[in-house]
Design a protein around this ligand. Structure first.
Ligand code: FES
Length: 108
């Protein structure tokens, strides 16, 4: 970590603590985060709140680098949180860093 990092990085867990093609919820007063792990062990974090009607994205199905909301099936990109067309909306994303198998969240 350098003094130039834009975010304070919070150590969350090991990558292996997140189920592959699943997620882990980080509870926050400002709104929970869903931290996802793909089949390729990439890790992404979104607000655990679908931009459609606030469904819990952490309970969605991860495929490729997307998640399908469990409520009405919107698909959101894990990288940018954007709904796939024809749906429109965006879940807030949070920076994630993986260093030697440890997941760090960039929280402001
Ligand atoms: S709440 Fe997510 S698709 Fe409707």
């Amino acid at each position: 970590m350098s003094a130039h990092d834009a975010h304070p990085w919070i150590r969350l867990c090991r990558v292996d603590d997140i189920p592959r093609l699943g997620s882990r919820v980080v509870e926050r007063a400002e709104g929970n985060l869903a931290v996802f792990r793909t089949a390729q062990d990439k890790v992404f974090a979104l607000l655990d709140r679908c931009p459609h009607k606030a469904g819990p994205l952490s309970q969605g199905i991860v495929h490729g680098e997307s998640v399908t909301c469990p409520l009405h099936g919107w698909q959101l990109g894990l990288e940018d949180g954007r709904a796939r067309a024809p749906d429109e909306g965006c879940a807030r994303r949070f920076p994630v860093r993986v260093d030697e198998g440890v997941v760090y969240l960039g929280l402001d």
